[in-house]
Design a protein around this ligand. Structure first.
Ligand code: HEC
Length: 178
C-alpha cells in the first residue's frame, strides 16, 4: 500500500509540473496563432527607434534624402568661422601666448641659434640683451634689428602677429634666459 502511494504521488507531482510549464508557455507565447508575415508580426519586429535628422522620414531609398540634409546643416556654420579667421590675419580672434608665438615663428632661429640668433635659454647670450630693458627688446623684435651676430627680421617674420603677441614672445624668451 505504501509503494502504491509513492507512485501516485510521483504521478501527481509530474502532472502538476507539466501543467505549470504548459501554462507558462501559453503566457509567454501568446495564444492566438497568426499567419506568417501578417501585420501583427511586422508590428512586433519593427525597429524600436528611428534617427530623426529633421528631414521628413522616408523609408524607400535608404539614406539618400536624409544624409545630405544632415551634413549640410553640420558643416554650414563652421565655414563662415574659418573664413573670418583667415580673412583678418592681423586680428586673430584670441591672442596667442608668447610661448605659442615663439613655437610657431621665433623658434626657427631662436630655437637653434640659427643665423646668429640668441638661443632660447642661453643665459650668456641673453644677459647683455636683457640689460637693455624689455622696451628696447620689444622694439628690436617689432621693427627688426641688425646687431653684432646677425639680422633680426622685423616682427621675426611673423606677419600676422599683433604687437601684443610679439611682446609676449619677447617676454617668454627673456623669462627663459633668467
Ligand atoms: C630669421 C631668423 C629669426 C627669426 C625668425 C626671429 N629672430 Fe629674433 N633675432 C635673430 C637674430 C639673428 C638676432 C640677433 C641680432 C643681433 O644681435 O645681431 C635676433 C635677436 C632678437 C632679439 C634681441 C634683440 C636685441 O636687442 O638684442 C629679440 C628680442 C628677438 N630676436 C625676438 C624675436 C621674436 C619675438 C621672434 C618671433 C616673433 C624672433 N625674434 C624671430 C633672428 C631671428
Amino acid at each position: 500500500v505504501a509503494g502504491e502511494n509513492k507512485v501516485g504521488l510521483t504521478v501527481a507531482v509530474t502532472l502538476a509540473i507539466a501543467l505549470v510549464v504548459i501554462g507558462l508557455a501559453q503566457l509567454v507565447g501568446g495564444s492566438a496563432p497568426e499567419p506568417a508575415g501578417g501585420p501583427a508580426l511586422l508590428e512586433r519586429i519593427k525597429p524600436v527607434g528611428q534617427l530623426n535628422t529633421g528631414a521628413p522620414i522616408t523609408l524607400s531609398a535608404p539614406g539618400t534624402p536624409a544624409a545630405p540634409v544632415a551634413t549640410a546643416a553640420a558643416v554650414a556654420p563652421a565655414a563662415p568661422a574659418t573664413g573670418a579667421a583667415t580673412a583678418a590675419p592681423a586680428k586673430p580672434a584670441a591672442a596667442r601666448s608668447g610661448e605659442q608665438v615663439f613655437n610657431t615663428t621665433c623658434m626657427v632661429c631662436h630655437g637653434t641659434g640659427a643665423a646668429g640668433a640668441p638661443k632660447l635659454g642661453d643665459k650668456a647670450a641673453w644677459a647683455p640683451r636683457i640689460k637693455q630693458g624689455n622696451a628696447v627688446l620689444v622694439q628690436h623684435a617689432t621693427q627688426g634689428f641688425t646687431g653684432k651676430t646677425g639680422v633680426m627680421p622685423p616682427r621675426g617674420t611673423c606677419g600676422n602677429c599683433s604687437d601684443q603677441e610679439l611682446k609676449g614672445a619677447v617676454e617668454y624668451m627673456v623669462s627663459k634666459a633668467k
